[in-house]
Write a protein that binds this ligand. Structure first.
Ligand code: NAP
Ligand code: GCO
Ligand code: CA
Length: 265
């Protein structure tokens, strides 16, 4: 077994929405494994914040402003990256949003916006990078899925529909482009402590833990929330040659939530 198969040395990795949070942690791990880091975010302010954060970690990341829901902008960005840096070897579709609204109170526009970012954008970004991956003879696409790729819960109908669809988009990219040595897999994080889940962890006025916080602790065998760092090893594995025969797989990094009925109250 050559442990260099886990190395990303010489690879160019584009992580979408990676100014902070899970995307930032994955990019940090990829840099440590030897990759060149490219990221985008929705605003110059976020890109500047990300560039500062990467620089503080000693990472010479390249940042671009790009709304991943806009195909024209994504196509232009990929051409710019290829001209300025090189062909993208690894794409991580990380950018995502959630709107927690009871379904019958959610407008069609709000539903569409979540699906646009969480499902349509991964299609747009994968479509933009695959042709060059085919020409180069290899590629890695990693879609950031969710517990909601498998389970539903109140108020997250759009997000669950999108993340369920992202699981099947992952399998379809595997099916359609596996013959070109392109591996497309998903990472399904459990409940991770990031800004996106901060509302679910807010302390109550009396200082007690948020009911949802207590619920997740009871549902997780590891009895803790995940951290973005918990995702780094699995993400490096799926981006490396060590996983060249893993394709169409959703790797759940959830501390065991999907395996567990939950602790008796
Ligand atoms: P986050 O804190 O909300 O970060 C998502 C990033 O994507 C933000 O920088 C966000 O910018 C950016 N973004 C949103 N819309 C965009 C667009 N149209 N174009 C470009 N960038 C855009 O999320 P996170 O917790 O790090 O999660 C990252 C991914 O993991 C998401 O796909 C999420 O669904 C998934 N996930 C999260 C958890 C969790 O527990 N945190 C668990 C499972 C899966 P803004 O700040 O402007 O929104
Ligand atoms: C929620 C949470 C979840 C997590 C994640 C779980 O409201 O239930 O935001 O959706 O973000 O997707 O895997
Ligand atoms: Ca967000």
């Amino acid at each position: 077994m050559d442990m260099n198969s886990f190395s990303l040395k010489g690879k160019i990795a584009w992580i979408t929405g990676a100014s902070y949070g899970i995307g930032f942690a994955i990019a940090e791990a990829y840099a440590a494994a030897g990759a060149s880091i490219v990221f985008n975010d929705i605003s110059q302010e976020l890109v500047d914040r990300g560039l500062k954060a990467y620089a503080e970690k000693g990472i010479d990341a390249k940042g671009y402003v790009c709304d991943v829901t806009c195909e024209e902008a994504v196509q232009a960005l990929v051409k710019q990256i290829e001209a300025e840096i090189g062909v993208i070897d690894i794409l991580v579709n990380n950018a995502g949003i959630i709107r927690r609204i009871p379904m019958i109170e959610m407008s069609a526009e709000e539903f569409r916006k979540v699906v646009d970012v969480d499902l349509n954008a991964p299609f747009i970004c994968a479509k933009a990078v695959i042709p060059s991956m085919i020409r180069k003879g290899h590629g890695k696409i990693i879609n950031i899925c969710s517990m909601m790729s498998e389970l539903g819960r109140e108020t997250v109908s759009a997000y669950a529909a999108a993340k369920g669809g992202l699981k099947m988009l992952t399998r379809n990219i595997c099916s359609e482009y596996g013959e070109h040595n392109i591996q497309c897999n998903g990472i399904g994080p459990g409940y991770i402590a990031t800004p996106q889940t901060a509302p679910l962890r807010e302390k109550q006025p009396d200082g007690s833990r948020h009911p949802f916080d207590q619920f997740i602790i009871a549902k997780t065998p590891a009895a803790r929330w995940g951290t973005p760092e918990d995702l780094q090893g699995p993400a490096v594995f799926l981006a490396s040659d060590a996983s060249n025969f893993v394709n169409g797989h959703i790797l759940y990094v959830d501390g065991g939530i999907l395996a567990y009925i939950g602790k008796q109250p």
